[in-house]
Design a protein around this ligand. Sequence first.
Ligand code: WT7
Length: 652
Amino acid sequence: MTDTSAQLDTLLAENRRFPPTPEFSAAANAQPGIYADGEHSQAFWADQARKLDWIQPWSSVLEWQEPHAKWFVGGKLNAAANCLDRHVAGGKGGRTALIWEGEPGDQRILTYRQLADEVGKAANALRGLGVSKGDRVAIYMPLIPEAAVAMLACARIGAVHSVVFGGFSAESLRDRINDAQAVALITADGGYRRGGVVPLKQFADEALADCPSIRSVLVVRRHADGESIGSAAMQQGRDHWWHEALAGQPAGADAEPMDSEDMLFILYTSGTTGKPKGIVHTTGGYLTQAAATTRYVFDLKDEDVFWCTADIGWVTGHSYVVYGPLAIGATVVMYEGAPDWPERDRFWSLIAKHGVTVFYTAPTAIRAFMKWGTDHPARHDLSRLRLLGSVGEPINPEAWMWYREHIGGKRCPIVDTWWQTETGGIMITPLPGITATKPGSCTIPFPGITPELVDNEGNVMQKGGGFLTLTQPWPGMLRTIYGDDERYRQTYWSRFPGRYFAGDGAKLDEDGYWWVLGRVDDVLNVAGHRIGTMEVESALVDHPAVAEAAVVGKAHELKGQALSAFVTLKDGREPSDQLKLELREHVAKKIGAIARPDDVIFSADLPKTRSGKIMRRLLKDIAEGRALGDTTTLADPKVVAALKDKYEELEG
Ligand code: WT7
């Protein structure tokens, strides 16, 4: 839910423009003619698809039967072969593919040839464990090179990976494994975060107690400075050390010829129900859009070093750490840990040390950097940076300006990219050599993409505030929700008939620029992470003391939104600070630390409309301190009743 009118007013006042410099424009991968090409969407995407290696050409570019799209029908390709083999075969085997740094400071650099060899060995190891085409493989790992190797090894043998973010709990992992009926899990003994070790294998074991589909587990031993952090208990017959399973495997492994529409991966994301959705992406269209957007939005050239700070547990990590950049033969940086470890300048020290030229991060991080002060970036040589990107949530104009000045030295264009797990790749974005940017706007659609703004009744609007929809299929679009096509239709294609509805409110200005305002459904965006209020509510009512719970988002300076939980207790249970702590930890344990509510407010009653719908707007006003000063008074049922009456009057 967004405070649309207030946000619109602020944004309308934004009239700064930043056109690209002539030098940037002249050298850019995307030249102005690209927009005219994009008007013939199928021809444009077919041109982009032709830049990949196909084992067998497609017979038709698109078959569209709403809401199901098939791209490059009849074509065959392999995603891993496109990301690795063709670069090695083309003489780029010695080029750096991956520059990795662990949180403790350990480093590894892998060339395309080395990465291809590792992927080949891992592919053979997976085949040796009986994993074959179409099988689902869960990946639950820290951000180490083996995470990318694991994804690409699955792609190589045609297994479908389902990466589960390493910050998720054992229960979240269990539910995702069971939904996908994964046959294997790839994990690590642990990973580093803020100086501590996250015991992933231990969490995985907890999850696996209730995952009958899993036959094998590969466990990477996470070393730092020659010391293993592993104390993983290995289960005979089921668990195998990654290094032992790969040892002695040949580096060559046949790449499975995949149909363009064969599944490449499933990635779970939150929605408006308690159960996360398994977003299904297929091979040809997804890879085409990931590669094309990387080439034109991030403008990568041979000499560039690209750092997208996302974890591979999110779609940004899939498309812009792994598939997009590797498909075009770029050099990527991967960093395991926190931005403030050991100091608040870690990112800037990494950029200076590894010569990063293109940097892509999230507004929540930028707001934290702002708060930490300009001294940290000022101490480091950021002069090789030439392009900056932002993703995950609306970027407020002040943060945009700070990013431009203190990180980009006023010379780097900023690409604010709007897209979603469901879209697979970037959809609305500046092209850095062409588009004049406005702070806070993700500007205009990528060529071949045609978003439309509609009002509440689904009428198309040329400008003003409304809902972001798409009518034409795009190559990277989700194909369905795993195992639940009906939910796919319901969630995305039913609110506005004939349209994909992204769930976002947006504004279109007189220049045709998009300003995405945020979610209009019961999905929150906390520090760039999507969290469904229902999921958190389910986790709360799972606690024995809780009768009912309602979770709303409240504005937060750094995280964009934070979670406030309103909780009514069962008879006989008393509110206490201790119980608040316990409930917060309970949610963290059930879902993961990212879903831990900032506040727990005990309430004698939850305010509901006559039809029984929780009055979220009232709760949001309380959480943000507008409706009541001291929220502890909510424990008195009369207070809730009085507030409810007042609001019902206001809302008519
Ligand atoms: C939601 C998608 C796309 C990868 C990361 C998040 C919000 C994303 C922007 C942006 C304004 C944005 C939207 C969207 N969002 N990028 N540039 N400006 N809002 O992926 O978890 O699937 O979340 O993030 O609300 O619907 P996700």
